[in-house]
Design a protein around this ligand. Structure first.
Ligand code: ADP
Length: 334
């Protein structure tokens, strides 16, 4: 299992649950989203009504599930968690919706992966708290209307653009989560270290933060690996040098790029002399879905100034060549 992969492994989920901030005020960074969400929640409390449906978009590990839990907690409501891939038939969704209690928060992760019929059922459920269940087939099919309890849907997706317009439009509030700054990750780490009883100096935190790929999930993961390293080496307090040595042992590079990030840059530079190359070609070369390359790897590479999206395709910047330790080809004069 790779250290900088963004998806959580099973053992990690337990740890994540322990480290999750439980209230909006403990949620580090994302100040715009936090402010807006706080308004939505306060207003719903004052109106005594369930909050509007919320769509959270952004790359994995930035806190979408955490926010869904916070929304439910702040509303004093129960939370039901499911995911798009788990809802393949409209019937799957009908079963979930009809079993909700009044005011419950329903979190659908990877909501863009729901099947089409389920998606269409969701439109009506979100708007009118009602669904039509089709019974039977062909000419004998009838539809039975089913009233639903009122609920707040929190949808999460790696990119809002992946959702069909009609679904996106039914969310009263859409928030886009951005990668975290090194300072924000520093705060996340400080909090986690104190919860896990790990002693780290300020510059030790800074070192881990700067290699965390802008992602709290990765910060927490690297912190645990640094703790392992320190324990085995008999080091009581992790300073910058210790953090750096530990992370070098795990081959986390200075920018915290993960396997996919590096594969994209490597393909771009070594197979296409730095591009431009089309997204789909790039995705085939690194063996990933176009969507994953576009919404998971690229946003971080663009932010780090390593990759640029141009009308003719993706290109590697000078910084990318430098980071890979390769020499950029000389411009051809034709
Ligand atoms: P996502 O659902 O976007 O993939 P999660 O909500 O599961 O991400 O977050 C992954 C981990 O990162 C959580 O365990 C949580 O502890 C931590 N985390 C995420 N966002 C924050 C934040 N803003 N402040 C503190 N910790 C965070």
């Amino acid at each position: 299992r790779e250290l900088v992969n963004t998806a959580p492994a099973a053992e990690e989920k337990t740890m994540e649950a322990a480290l999750r901030p439980k209230a909006l005020e403990d949620f580090v960074g994302q100040s715009t989203v936090r402010g807006q969400l706080s308004l939505v929640l306060q207003s719903s409390a004052m109106r005594g009504a369930a909050a509007d449906h919320v769509l959270l978009s952004g790359p994995p590990g930035l806190g979408k599930t955490t926010l869904a839990m916070i929304i439910a907690a702040e509303m004093g409501a129960a939370l039901r968690i499911t995911s798009g891939p788990a809802i393949q038939h409209a019937g799957d969704l009908a079963a979930i919706l009809s079993s909700l209690t009044d005011g419950e928060v329903l979190f659908i992760d990877e909501i863009h992966r729901m099947s089409r019929p389920a998606e269409e059922m969701l439109y009506m459920a979100m708007e009118d708290f009602r669904v039509d269940i089709i019974v039977g087939k062909g000419a004998g099919a009838t539809s039975i209307p089913l009233e639903l309890p009122s609920f707040t849907l929190v949808g999460a997706t790696t990119r809002a653009g992946l959702l069909p317009g009609p679904l996106r439009d039914r969310f009263g509030f859409t928030a886009h989560l951005e990668f975290y700054s090194v300072d924000e990750l520093h705060q996340v780490l400080r909090r986690s270290a104190s919860m896990l009883n790990i002693s780290v100096t300020e510059d030790g935190f800074a070192e881990i933060a700067s290699r965390s790929r802008g992602t709290p999930r990765i910060s927490n993961r690297l912190l645990r690996r640094v703790r392992d390293w320190a324990l085995v080496h008999g080091i009581d307090q992790v300073d910058q040098q210790a953090a750096s040595e530990a992370l070098n042992t795990y081959e986390v590079d200075s920018l915290g790029l993960d396997r996919l990030d590096r594969a994209v840059l490597d393909a771009l530079c070594t197979k296409f002399r730095g591009g431009p190359v089309g997204l789909s070609t790039l995705a085939i070369l690194v063996g990933e879905e176009t969507e994953t390359v576009e919404s998971v790897a690229e946003p971080f590479l663009v932010r780090e100034g390593l990759l640029a999206r141009t009308p003719r395709g993706r290109i590697a910047t000078d910084a990318a060549w430098e980071h890979l330790g390769l020499e950029a080809p000389k411009p051809t004069t034709t």
